[in-house]
Design a protein. Structure first.
Length: 405
């Protein structure tokens, strides 16, 4: 973008930190200011439900950069105070009593957990997992072997359940869907995760929701939709997130389950960009989507930085996600819908691969403990579904080679 000397980034997470890193590495010498609601310097969020939660890592290991990196690279960090308004005509962002001028603005405002009012109002000990403080509080509670009720069988809920069982806690997980992850991967794929968690002692209550909470500081009694009651020392709620679009809406930008951006991650105001959890973008292979994963925050932050410096190109990186639960290590590429067709190859104990297709094309793939499969799945995503995909006698590598030949 010609004439760019002042860049403001709203959001203190991974997409923000990656963007400013790319700007400096590419020689941008103008002013860079990062505005973050949290008081901590930008950090990565996967450890919150993985290494930090299990105690294998400490908070500083999650930092994108040591705190001093920002001063050393002339990046101004304004932490612990939110941006409250954008004036697009004047090209300013309001933070406290300051008006920050910009030539280019990145909105990387992330997302916040969906709340469960019945739990919040019950007086019971309820935790949501989004910040480092949340993770540390949950880790301390689990270390005491707290009886834990996890509401929601999505990615966060499953990782919390895995960490809780590792800590020796009794775990009940409740979700109205018929299988874990059913709303993202579909019921057939979710059944593998149900078997995994049951096999490690999680009491899964599927097909029923939460009807009522009663509790105090010492615990909760939770009534489920099927009439049963669960006693717990701690309730962890993981029922998804809402993109933080309030600032964008105040600025008059288009939003719809995220900030709407084009294929290059620009809003209708070409001086304003969005990246990370909050960005709803047009993907050339997968259509419009909003992705809440670590790798997307990194890749989109870099992409926006390059665009701000004049290299405006379509964002075409495939979404990527990883998770570790018990003795399973998993990687997922692409983006599926729960009603997509899924092909299952192999078994979890010897290497499992799932491939999702839609209208004759591969849209996503996941491997479980089959580390050679990820690169092949990347080649398959976006390509026509190859003949023999559902034939276990045809090697996956052969299918990947055919997909890009």
């Amino acid at each position: 973008m010609t004439g760019t000397s002042r860049i403001v980034v709203v959001g203190g997470g991974l997409a923000a930190a990656t963007a400013v890193t790319e700007l400096r590495e590419r020689g941008f010498a103008g002013s860079v200011t990062v505005v973050g609601v949290e008081s901590r310097a930008p950090y990565e969020r996967p450890p919150l439900s993985k290494g930090v939660l299990t105690g294998d890592e400490e908070p500083d290991t999650a930092l994108v950069h040591p705190a001093e990196w920002y001063a050393e690279h002339d990046v101004e960090l304004l932490l612990g105070e939110p941006a409250t308004a954008i004036d697009r005509a004047a090209r300013t962002v309001e933070v406290g009593d300051r008006q920050l001028g910009y030539d280019a603005l990145l909105l990387a405002t992330g997302a916040t957990p969906r709340r469960l009012p019945a739990a919040d109002d019950s007086g019971a000990p309820v935790l949501y997992l989004r910040t480092m403080e949340d993770s540390l509080a949950l880790r301390a509670t689990l270390a005491g072997g707290a009886r834990t009720l996890v509401v929601g069988a999505g990615w966060i809920g499953l990782e919390v359940a895995s960490a809780a069982r590792r800590a020796g806690a009794d775990v009940v997980m409740v979700d109205p869907a018929e299988a874990p992850l059913a709303r993202s991967l579909g019921a057939r794929a979710g059944a593998f995760f149900a078997d995994l968690h049951r096999g490690h002692g999680v009491d899964l209550r599927l097909g029923t929701g939460v009807e009522g909470f009663r509790g105090g500081r010492d615990g909760a009694v939770v009534t489920l939709g099927d009439g049963t009651r669960v006693e717990a020392d701690l309730v962890v709620v993981g029922i998804g997130v809402r993109p933080e679009v309030g600032l964008a809406q105040q600025a008059g930008l288009d939003t719809d389950d995220g900030i709407l951006v084009d294929g290059a991650l620009r809003t209708a105001d070409l001086r304003v960009w969005a990246a990370g959890d909050v960005a709803s973008h047009d993907h050339p292979m997968l259509g419009r989507l909003r992705v809440e994963h670590w790798d997307t925050a990194i890749q989109q932050g870099r992409h926006v930085a390059r665009g701000m410096l004049g290299d405006v190109t379509p964002y075409a990186v495939q979404p990527y996600f990883f998770t570790d639960q018990y003795d399973w290590g998993m990687e997922y590429v692409g983006h599926c819908r729960p009603d997509d067709d899924v092909v299952v190859r192999g078994r979890p104990d010897s290497g499992l691969v799932l491939v999702w297709t839609r209208a004759g094309r591969v849209v996503a793939g996941m491997q479980v403990n089959d580390w050679d499969a990820t690169d092949v799945l990347r080649r398959l995503v976006g390509a026509p579904a190859p003949a023999g995909l559902d034939d276990p006698d045809v090697p996956l590598a052969e299918l990947g080679a055919a997909a890009r030949s």
